[in-house]
Design a binder for this molecule. Structure first.
Ligand SMILES: NC(=O)c1ccc[n+]([C@@H]2O[C@H](COP(=O)([O-])OP(=O)(O)OC[C@H]3O[C@@H](n4cnc5c(N)ncnc54)[C@H](OP(=O)(O)O)[C@@H]3O)[C@@H](O)[C@H]2O)c1
Length: 336
């Protein structure tokens, strides 16, 4: 795909040069207009616009990692629809800044910043306790926060960072908030995964990569875990009015690649125009949040605002059950 984009955009630039040299196009403004239109056309070939007019008055949502990227775009959209939105972030200063941005853009937005560090079980407990103390209902839990391809490190509780934040932290948070979700039914849990799950494997022999660490393998393992968790959660909550969806947001121009070094970093910057914006990255998360439940499949995997097939490893119910049991064991919880 990148090759096609590269060829197309190079051709636009060559054509522009050719016309300018022969005096066909004299005005630089006109040249830049043509280039922008052509680039927009190329972009719209593979990034489709999506919108919905569903309102969310009286609904409450939590979005993890909502100070930036897809999470912030999701929180803003939900707030625009009238929902009360809690931005659950590890850095409360960044979270307050995001609240400030959203309220400046959306008059009367009901948004609030709360501290949640998914790399610390104590912080997750305190966050959940705080939610039970202040909220009567919770309709949407959007498990969005993520860390990708970071150097080896562990969470406060000793889990490998990517597994800890992306999977175990959200698993624990969902466990703690499930009573409120059930009480507020119909309610939904949306786990932001990735198509990178296809390269993942749950390495039960060395789940925390203590013997050998590979940053991409650890990321793909955690994103596969998101899908297996969603699948199993949908079974456990069947008949309770709580549904669960896993989402691939697309390739989105966010800060996620902060730990990724060249040549991928160079490619990412070069083609950033052709990546989804955070707002476009939020489309499928919003699609799963707003589409009538009867039109969605609980436990399903969604990409580009439609149900999609996971890779085979994402449909392995045996691994999903084992991961569930191992996650409960690590967190010291009973969740049947
Ligand atoms: N961007 C893509 O192309 C892409 C593709 C597929 C899937 N995804 C998934 O989309 C989700 C959102 O990513 P993004 O692209 O929006 O990335 P991002 O811009 O880097 O945002 C990630 C968010 O997660 C937060 N976070 C990281 N560690 C945390 C922790 N310990 N506790 C609480 N929050 C924490 C970050 O907080 P700080 O700002 O404080 O670091 C940030 O708010 C992730 O789950 C990612 O795996 C993204």
């Amino acid at each position: 795909m990148f090759r096609t984009i590269f060829d197309l955009s190079s051709n636009v630039i060559l054509l522009q040069k050719y016309c300018a040299e022969r005096g066909f196009l004299k005005s630089p403004q006109r040249i830049s207009d043509i280039r922008n239109t052509a680039m927009e056309k190329i972009r719209s070939l593979f990034i489709k616009y999506w919108s919905s007019d569903v309102g969310l008055d009286g609904k409450t949502a939590i979005v993890t990692g909502a100070n930036t990227g897809i999470g912030k775009a999701t929180a803003k959209d939900l707030a625009k629809r009238g929902a009360r939105v809690i931005l659950a972030c590890r850095d409360i200063v960044k979270a307050e800044l995001a609240v400030h941005d959203i309220t400046r853009e959306i008059k009367g937005a009901n948004v609030e910043a709360r501290k949640l560090d998914l790399a610390d079980n104590k912080s997750i407990c305190e966050f959940a306790e705080n939610i039970y103390n202040t909220e009567k209902v919770l309709h949407l839990l959007i498990n969005n926060a993520g860390v990708a391809a970071c150097p080896y490190s562990t969470t406060v509780d000793g889990y490998e960072m990517q597994l800890g934040v992306n999977h175990l932290g959200h698993f624990f948070l969902t466990f703690l908030l499930l009573d409120l979700l059930k009480h507020s039914a119909p309610s939904r849990v949306i786990n932001v995964s990735s198509s990178a799950h296809a390269m993942g494997r749950i390495n039960f022999e060395d789940l925390h990569s203590r013997r050998e660490y590979h940053p991409i393998k650890a990321y793909t393992q955690s994103k596969l875990a998101n899908i297996l968790f969603t699948r199993e959660l949908s079974k456990k909550t069947e008949g309770l009015g709580v549904t669960a969806y896993a989402v691939h947001p697309g390739v989105v121009n966010t800060e996620l690649v902060r730990h990724v070094k060249s040549p991928l970093e160079v490619m990412w910057k070069k083609f950033s125009y052709f990546l989804k914006t955070p707002e476009e990255g939020a489309y499928t998360v919003l699609y799963c949040s707003l589409t009538p439940v009867s039109e969605l499949v609980s436990g399903g995997y969604y990409s580009d605002c439609a149900q999609s097939a996971t890779a085979r490893n994402g449909r392995d119910d045996g691994t999903a059950l084992k991961l569930w049991a191992v996650s409960c064991h690590l967190l010291g919880i009973r969740w049947n």
